[in-house]
Write a protein that binds this ligand. Structure first.
Ligand SMILES: Cc1cc2nc3c(=O)[nH]c(=O)nc-3n(C[C@H](O)[C@H](O)[C@H](O)COP(=O)(O)O)c2cc1C
Length: 152
């Protein structure tokens, strides 16, 4: 079995209907399951969400990342996955996070805008690296201001 560390990055479209409480409840459920399962499966990463899109980074042993992604892909709460990369990595970018979450702040759409802008608004040009860098930078900012997001 391949025990090297891998990183998978994808974007997807939100299918969760409604807003406010209903949406918040679903996202909380996703994060609860993610954090519980990921800790057991040596997965770390980050999830970003605005009302339209998800962006997620999954890091861990090849087999674990692959089987988690198979499961996530079947989840009807999102669809239209765009895979941005599945590559071997030297070390984790989110070693302390079973699943960090960046979302629901008022300037969130700016984050997607930033990713879009850096790629000239061409989704085919969005690389996994850009998503990882953006998430890390934003996570750093929100940790400095609130310190609430640490998951593992
Ligand atoms: C955008 C998105 C991201 C998700 N990320 C994870 C994850 O990182 N880990 C995980 O175990 N489940 C994740 N899920 C949930 C899975 O699709 C699935 O519902 C869950 O793993 C089932 O867990 P359970 O068998 O413990 O109930 C995600 C779902 C969505 C829609």
């Amino acid at each position: 079995m391949n025990t090297e560390l891998y990183r998978l990055v994808y974007l997807s479209q939100n299918n969760i209907a409604g807003d406010g409480d209903a949406l918040h409840k679903e996202i909380s459920q996703i994060l609860r399951a993610a954090r519980e399962n990921n800790l057991k499966n040596e997965i770390t990463g980050a999830l970003m969400f605005n009302s339209e899109y998800f962006a997620q980074v999954l890091e861990g042993p090849h087999h674990q990342v692959e089987s988690l992604f198979d499961r996530i892909q079947c989840d009807e709460r999102h669809s239209g996955m765009t895979m941005l990369g599945f590559t071997a990595i030297e070390s984790r970018s989110f070693p302390e996070w079973a699943m960090a979450y960046i979302g629901e702040e008022s300037n969130l759409s700016d984050r997607f805008f930033m990713i879009a802008e850096e790629t000239n608004f061409d989704l085919d040009n969005v690389s996994g690296d850009i998503v990882v860098e953006t998430l890390l930078a934003r996570l750093q900012q929100s940790t400095e201001t609130s310190g609430e997001h640490k998951a593992a």
